[in-house]
Design a protein around this ligand. Sequence first.
Ligand SMILES: NC(=O)C1=CN([C@@H]2O[C@H](COP(=O)(O)OP(=O)(O)OC[C@H]3O[C@@H](n4cnc5c(N)ncnc54)[C@H](OP(=O)(O)O)[C@@H]3O)[C@@H](O)[C@H]2O)C=CC1
Ligand SMILES: CC(=O)C(=O)O
Ligand SMILES: [Mg+2]
Length: 567
Amino acid sequence: MADPAKDTVCVPAALSGYQILCDPRLNKGTAFSDEERDRFGLHGLLPPNVATMDGQIARRLTALRSFSTDVERYSFLRDLQDTNETLFYGLLSNNVKELLPIVYTPTVGAGCRHFSQLFRRPRGVFLSLPHRAHIRQILANPHFDRTEVIVVTDGERILGLGDQGVGGMGIPIGKLALYTACGGIAPATALPIFLDVGTDNEYILKDPLYVGWRHSRVRGQEYDDFIEDFIAAVHERWPHVMLQWEDFAKSNATRLLERYRDRLCTFNDDIQGTAAVATGTLLSAINVTGVPLTEQRIAVFGAGSAGCGIAALIMAAMIDAGLPAREAARRFYLVDRDGLLLEGMPDIASFQRPFLQPRDAVASWQRSGDRIGLLDVIENAKPTALIGVSAQTNAFNETVVRAMAAHNKHPIIFPLSNPVSCAEADPADVERWSEGRAVIGTGSPFPPLMRGGESFSVDQTNNSYIFPGVGLGAVATQAARITDTMFMAAAKALAELSPAKRNPQANLLPPVTALRDVAISIAVAVGKQAVAEGLTSGVTADTVEAAVHAKMWTARYRPYRRAGAND
Ligand SMILES: NC(=O)C1=CN([C@@H]2O[C@H](COP(=O)(O)OP(=O)(O)OC[C@H]3O[C@@H](n4cnc5c(N)ncnc54)[C@H](OP(=O)(O)O)[C@@H]3O)[C@@H](O)[C@H]2O)C=CC1
Ligand SMILES: CC(=O)C(=O)O
Ligand SMILES: [Mg+2]
């Protein structure tokens, strides 16, 4: 039960009733009580009927459903978020299954593309390179005083849609909406940040409506200096903040993570969050296929940030399970633009290096051309699992899926690229081509499949199963750093929640409606791991769970009183 005194919101004395209605953090719309309307001078500014939050949610849902496109629904929800945050989260939390595909993938991708047309009200921070000298001053704004969680992007690799310039801000906003709805992070403590270093998207640069900095992307030392200034300013302003890097291009994602992971509490969602959801879902899939982890062979299509992050964490899990490190490394077949990653290939990035196959291991392979393509890998290495993070639509075609099904009783096939338009396969096709034997996970939501005459939901294998819990666990325990072993703890905690653990015919993952419970379990596991690694302050393994619950915000209207008033 909430303590009524602590639960009351203290409204600054200087705010007029009209200003309260215009502040999305304070606004309750028609749900202000008569006493509050008396106290804050709201009579006349609102229609007389006092609504309940449930009534408001029902009204907004009716309006939302009357739109004919998802972009209109996205725009409507963004407006609500910027008008009345509590109601936005009440609506989202009560209707996760219906609204997640709007505020998150796939529609958030369209939201990013239409960002300039849809832009109405400020949310978060836009730091553009021409204002580099003013970063500290911008971050000093008292509106951001309570910041505990930051999601930052520079918009260069937005989902599988590439460079979206300032439109990429839609992603930190969407991710933080899930932090609150699923992870219980209070909205006033969540800050989306966009680093505007220009864009190389010609279409955007020519768009007269574009609201970002109309300049080609700044790279090299000037880019690095800007990021350094940004991180230094963030650290100074909020020394305990947790910062999530999101949708940075392959050329920057890993190196920025490596540069900053020992300086503040930070992680890269595309590398580490994706790795944890893929590992957790693969561990769950073992309940269905019966092939132990130490006997898995993994083909990853797209050897970028997500692909190498996934391979690294699954490899660590294999080593944990007893496979010698050298042998574990041989179990991975990473296929990129130039085919299978092989020793001696030019232009190999440092993060790809652990996964190079030795030339002699493939010397006897039958191959269809000069390069070793995905099908060659499947025919020769006979992988047990195929994971797609390439943003290449339909790369898992009929031939590929049938080849996986020919070598495996239950091939694991995860087309994880987002949004739907970039997925490597449609799960309905995978189901058909594998004669219903494939174990499927997708990055974006897809319609249910028919299995044995019954509807079977497709597991949305998305890092949204991980980051809200990791963030919650980190802030609840005030973790100083986020380590790979904390992501391993998250992956294992997710696998423990798998319905397939109890029934191999069931789903690999809990439904998206359970994301809040998933976040709690993951937060506790991550928090305990942080305690074990000596990274926390003020908590012990025994108090982590209570700290996690105490941190969680829920969307409900609290009573308001004026600061200084004693009623
Ligand atoms: N389900 C989930 O939770 C997540 C899904 N993703 C999705 O994964 C995708 C990739 O993300 P990320 O790894 O960060 O992006 P990256 O750009 O870092 O990696 C993509 C890789 O795929 C390669 N690639 C491009 N075309 C081909 C091709 N024809 N054949 C083989 N490889 C190819 C790219 O090469 P090159 O650089 O030369 O183009 C690059 O190395 C995105 O669609 C993203 O939405 C990402 C994170 C989480
Ligand atoms: C889900 C996610 O982080 C991505 O597609 O980039
Ligand atoms: Mg991402």
